[in-house]
Design a protein around this ligand. Structure first.
Ligand SMILES: [Zn+2]
Length: 208
């Protein structure tokens, strides 16, 4: 049953745009279509993934990133946090960080930073900008698979992180080269462990 607050502060399902209750993340119809989260391996490192990058999930992410639906970030972070709990069992984190953009500005929307901030609140951990993008790169999706690794090589730097256990947040994992470079950078700076979480995976992931 709708309450007065539900009408004044309209909240919409991120997948179909239907009006939903404030206490809900999605409408009942879309809820039935949400699959189990999964995990991908990046080298020897784990990346939890909430959704496949297909159909209504792909459309919702594109609306979030490019069409001003920034309010979806809170719901997306909830799905990602559940994926972390289900798929990164046994991994501990001290800090949450995110994949930065070149020339990062606090006042400019960075979809991964917004997700990381919501996730850090849900996990009761700090969110810190541990990665800085120091090289302007081409869009990964515009390159051949062979060129993607080279494109992001040396793209990030990180402060001294001795002993810290880091969870890295990004929106979509495709080949995994960007996150692999982030992991390499964080480990080189002394991170004790690194795990990742993404909202979507553009390749299949395991349910293990
Ligand atoms: Zn829906």
């Amino acid at each position: 049953m709708m309450r007065p607050g539900d009408i004044i502060f309209t909240k919409r399902c991120p997948f179909c745009g239907e009006v939903i209750r404030l206490s809900e993340l999605e409408c009942p119809s879309c809820r039935d279509k949400i699959p189990e989260s999964g995990v991908r391996k990046i080298g020897g490192y784990k990346c939890a993934c909430a959704f496949p990058y297909t159909g209504m999930f792909r459309e919702a992410v594109l609306n979030y990133k490019f069409y001003g639906k920034h309010s979806y970030g809170r719901a997306f972070a909830s799905y990602m946090t559940e994926a972390v709990k289900a798929r990164l069992d046994g991994c501990d984190f001290d800090v949450v960080t995110y994949v930065p953009v070149y020339g990062e500005k606090p006042y400019r929307f960075n979809h991964s930073r917004t997700l990381a901030k919501h996730i850090s609140r849900l996990l009761c951990l700090p969110c810190e900008p541990l990665l800085v993008k120091i090289k302007r790169t081409q869009k990964q999706h515009s390159l051949s698979v062979a060129d993607r690794r080279h494109n992001v090589r040396g793209a990030f730097s990180s402060p001294e992180l001795s002993g810290r256990r880091v969870l890295v947040v990004d929106d979509i994992i495709t080949t995994g080269y960007t996150l692999a470079e982030c992991i390499r950078t964080l480990k080189h700076s002394g991170a004790q462990s690194v795990c990742c979480v993404t909202l979507c995976s553009a390749k299949g992931f395991c349910k293990i």
